[in-house]
Design a protein around this ligand. Structure first.
Ligand SMILES: Cc1cc2nc3c(=O)[nH]c(=O)nc-3n(C[C@H](O)[C@H](O)[C@H](O)COP(=O)(O)OP(=O)(O)OC[C@H]3O[C@@H](n4cnc5c(N)ncnc54)[C@H](O)[C@@H]3O)c2cc1C
Length: 468
């Protein structure tokens, strides 16, 4: 998120000085690291939680529109040489949904009928035929018992797998080459508004243990799960009432070349009762640093930390008088989630493999290893647990931060355009031509114009080498 915002700001105002602080020795070791997230280019092609009502495609269309903005930005940045060859961070990977049982099959069919009329979902296919599904994803069908239970799948060939860690490293590589100051091993400790409206940023060099301070006219708190802590320290009233609830995750991973060669898709399914939307199980083809692998999960885990390398005190240190009531209400009204988390926590490795075998009946224990994914700090506000991302900014636009995790990295371009709009409203007109250069359909939507949709998706697919 910070890499995306820094890149946009540098393109718009090359004369502005950018300083970025990273508490680790390198960038992208938390949620944006390839092994800490699922690498799905979220465009709502296969994730059922983005379209709970099979007649209403509005949320799915919105997320797809947002992903198109990311694709357009990446296309421009590849052309400018800011990003390396596209295969280093994005690869064509069809997105599928696979469901079982009469109710879910009926839902998937109606969802397909609704989405196939939307220009952004052109090319979506539906099948209940095991031979067709076998061609799309053989691992789903091999040794699947012929039971009375019906199953069905959809497939959209234009889906993608994205290495958000590689993207982050490349964006910061370019920013630093252009003069931005990236201070690794530097942890921001405090944010204080000065009388003149600037921000005093206090940090600690984690290697030399030396403290230091810088002044900034604008601060973006892109600290992932720790954003809430720094926004609370800033004292802005807009952060009042917010809390976050951390949910960890694990994936089963294999690099067995025979399996990798047989599965070239991301296959999402239906969530279990009470499961948070991002815990929908999926079997994913991944491409990271030129090596193919498969991942299955995520399985929810619990840790009180807001970052993978966070603090055990994170969950209690956020409690304030203004958010305690909301957090207690979340606990009392999400009993299904609590039950789900407990059942996930009690799942042994062999039960996790049983879950995988519901997708891939031939899965063998010895091929799969469990890896720990990133932490998601889900937003709690007004007594409700939310699963989206939320930008929190001060009324004067001098500080903004990002809370939450989904659809996340895939929609970074749109989220950071929102930050620009909120915090630099007086620059909007001046910046518009440059933003249109970077994102040709900036300020427009695609889905209401089939010809424009086809032209844009074809152009970015060709430029990013992700043609279906
Ligand atoms: C299990 C899982 C699966 C996911 N799957 C997907 C997916 O398939 N597709 C998708 O688009 N998104 C996915 N996401 C969401 C996505 O990973 C996040 O939305 C995105 O990576 C967040 O980026 P960020 O820059 O905000 O945070 P991060 O990548 O976490 O970066 C925050 C950085 O700030 C640093 N930092 C924190 N505090 C300080 C401080 N005080 N001082 C200095 N540095 C600090 C951290 O060390 C870290 O490097 C997933 C997330 C998880 C956890």
């Amino acid at each position: 998120m910070s890499a995306t915002l820094g890149t946009l700001l540098h393109e718009l105002q090359p004369d502005w000085k950018i300083v970025a602080f990273e508490r680790q020795g390198e960038v992208a070791t938390e949620s944006s690291n390839a092994w800490n997230n699922a690498g799905t280019g979220h465009a709502a092609l296969c994730e059922l939680n983005y379209m709970p009502n099979d007649q209403d495609p509005s949320k799915a269309v919105l997320i797809n529109e947002q992903f198109q903005q990311s694709r357009q930005l990446w296309t421009s940045l590849v052309a400018k040489g800011v990003l390396d060859g596209p295969s280093t961070f994005i690869n064509a990977t069809p997105h599928m949904t696979f469901v079982r049982g009469e109710k879910d099959v009926a839902y998937l069919k109606r969802r397909y009928e609704t989405l196939s009329k939307q220009p952004l979902f052109a090319g979506i296919e539906y099948s209940e035929d095991s031979r067709v599904i076998n061609q799309w994803a053989p691992l789903l069908m091999q040794k699947r018992l012929k039971s009375d239970e019906p199953f069905a799948a959809t497939r959209t060939p234009s889906g993608t797998d994205v290495d958000f860690g590689a993207l982050t490293r490349q964006l910061f590589g370019h920013l630093t080459a252009e003069g931005a100051n990236l201070r690794l091993n530097h942890e921001v400790k405090n944010l204080k508004r000065e009388k003149d409206g600037t921000w005093l940023v206090t940090y600690r060099d984690k290697v030399g243990q030396t403290p230091g301070q810088v002044r900034a006219k604008f601060v973006f708190v892109g600290a992932g799960g720790w954003a809430i802590k720094l926004l609370q320290k800033s004292g802005i009233k807009e952060i009042k009432g917010y809390g976050v609830f951390p949910i960890g995750g694990q994936f089963l991973k294999t690099t067995n070349p025979t399996l990798v060669a047989q599965h070239k898709a991301k296959v999402y399914s239906q969530a279990a009762v009470g499961a948070p939307p991002m815990s929908v199980p999926h079997l994913d083809a991944r491409m990271v640093e030129g090596e193919g692998s498969l991942m299955f999960g995520p399985f929810a885990t619990f840790s009180p930390k807001f970052l993978k390398k966070g603090s055990l005190l994170d969950i209690v240190s956020q409690v304030r008088a203004h958010n305690l009531g909301s957090m207690l209400k979340v606990g009392a009204t999400n009993l299904d989630l609590v039950k789900y988390l407990v059942s996930e926590l009690l799942k042994s490795r062999s039960r996790k493999l049983d879950s995988l075998r519901e997708f891939m009946p031939t899965a063998k224990d010895e091929d799969w290893e469990l890896i720990q994914a990133g932490q998601r700090a889900q937003v709690m506000k007004g007594g409700k647990l939310q699963f989206g991302t939320e930008v929190v900014s001060s009324a004067d636009g001098s500080i903004a931060g990002l809370l939450g995790a989904s659809p996340g990295a895939s929609t970074a371009a749109t989220i950071m355009l929102d930050v620009l709009k909120r915090c630099f409203a007086d620059k909007t007109a001046e910046w518009e031509p440059k933003l249109r250069e970077l994102i040709p359909t900036f300020g427009e939507t695609l889905n209401d114009d089939p010809a424009k949709t086809a032209a844009s998706t074809r152009a970015t697919a060709e430029a990013l080498s992700i043609t279906a």
